[in-house]
Write a new protein. Structure first.
Length: 275
């Protein structure tokens, strides 16, 4: 693989318009540091197709670094990408590289406990989401008795859309990625103030940083070291603070086994689908 076949770092998972400039700054810093570590110039990189799908981005052989979700990592991307680790985030429910979801309801709703949600209307961002679906399913499964728990379950397409649905009365409850919830409190207080946290899901390793499987062990190690330097560098502190990033841990696929265990436990309870 030649240098011109590599592509710049992309961090698409929390790239809200409100923090787009900080995301771009961090992407550029990571790209520069990785290119320096691998001894070629950032100008040698090929740009991404702006219309590329997330799956095609994640599996591109020329990928230097991107962020995905733990559920795709353990499912559709299994054996197709190389895991480096996960950032640390400053957000309620986050500890080190771990994070959780916040189960939210409308601020003025009558719900006071998870059991009160029996027969409520749920919304989730997508079927391949750890935070919005798998963690939510894991939380509800022990109370389901193997039967549908909610009156209805609809897919929104994203955490912000799920929050909007609950705030506007289109749904009663959603499980929101803890970092998204912290960003909503920071960037969209008008929306966050219409909601309240009812419960937290179990913690799992956070949204992973991945790279191409085609680069080799030595290159993987160099990229990982470059990521660690950038995510602890005072020069990136301003952008990282806005993005709520405060560190990085190397992780293995074994660390993400908990996601598969959640899914397996729900199946043993005859609650294989969020319902």
């Amino acid at each position: 693989m030649t240098h011109r076949q590599f592509r710049p770092v992309r961090l698409p998972m929390y790239d809200w318009p409100e923090v787009a400039s900080q995301t771009q700054e961090l992407e550029a810093a990571l790209t520069d540091e990785i290119c320096s570590a691998l001894a070629f110039a950032p100008s040698a990189l090929e740009p991404w197709d702006p219309e590329i799908s997330l799956y095609d981005l994640w599996t591109d052989p020329a990928l230097l670094l991107a962020q995905t979700c733990g559920y795709p990592l353990t499912h559709k991307l299994a054996g197709k990408v190389h895991l480096l680790g996960a950032p640390h985030y400053r957000a309620t429910g986050c500890k080190g590289a771990n994070y959780c979801s916040q189960i939210v309801v409308a601020a003025n709703s009558p719900f006071q406990s998870l059991t009160d949600l029996k027969g409520a209307r749920a919304v989730f961002n997508g079927p391949d989401s750890q935070s919005g679906m798998n963690a939510f399913r894991d939380t509800i499964a022990p109370m389901s008795d193997g039967c549908p728990f909610f009156e209805s379950v609809v897919e929104s397409g994203g955490h912000l859309a799920s929050m909007d649905a609950v705030a506007n009365g289109g749904a009663d409850v959603a499980a929101i990625d803890g970092v998204c919830w912290a960003l909503a409190e920071q960037e969209k207080p008008g929306l966050a103030n219409q909601l309240r946290v009812l419960a937290q899901t179990a913690q799992v390793p956070g949204l992973p940083f991945i790279t191409s499987m085609h680069l080799g062990a030595e290159t993987h190690a160099e990229i990982s070291a470059a990521v660690s330097r950038v995510l602890s560098n005072p020069q990136t502190e301003k952008s990282r603070k806005r993005l709520r990033i405060c560190g990085f841990s190397k992780l293995s696929l074994a660390d993400y086994q908990v996601i598969l265990d959640m899914e397996a436990d729900a199946r043993t309870r005859n609650y294989s689908c969020l319902a």
